[in-house]
Design a protein. Sequence first.
Length: 248
Amino acid sequence: MAKPGETGKDSTTRREFLKGSTAAVVGSAVAAGWTIPAVYAAGSDEIRVGLIGCGGRGTGAGENVAQAAPGVKIIALGDVFKDKIDSCVDSLKKTVADKLDVPEERQFVGLDAYQKVLAADVNYIILATPPGFRPLHLKAAVAAGKNIFTEKPLAVDGPGLIDCHLYRQPGRAILHLVNLTSAGTWRQPVHELIPVGPLRVRVRLPDDVRGKNLRLLVSGRKVSVTGAKGWRHFELGSLLDHEVAVLT
């Protein structure tokens, strides 16, 4: 990887960096085991699913829930970008076409798309947007009285573009944060690392993780952790390339 200020043919892409750093640092960590719960409709009622966030994770979760139980229908989609919805529809048509009922009037685009999905006739919501939106969307879904499956039970507040991967091992949770802040983001080689911060991190822990101890494997810095009711909060003063936080 290029050092700050360097350029040249040896620069790697951010996608390659993300893959390589995740493999090198996290190693054999198993992806978080928050699975889609089984939901069964009473009588002949349908399970009417609204999907908020139609990228790869949302599309995969939509496919899983459609296959999880009888009487499931995906009836509303929401995303900030229309092309994500189009791609999601194309993918779901190939795998669960009989469980998909999303005419254009129930394909919502924009930052307020989550509100329109919640207002549709849905009783089960999948939240699969980037983690920064999670607290807002989760609060709105709870207030709307929906059954909820939420991807990535975490949020990162602060400047920059941060990619987050949450992993689970017995007795501990591993959070990998990668700084993707760049004018070109994914579309150009990494010529310069732009530090960002402070970053305020909130993580919802599985039941077998107490989360009272926090280790930062990359920087080695000591950071205090607070929180209650299964949530843990901590702050990173700055992030240059990536950090791995282990909660035990």
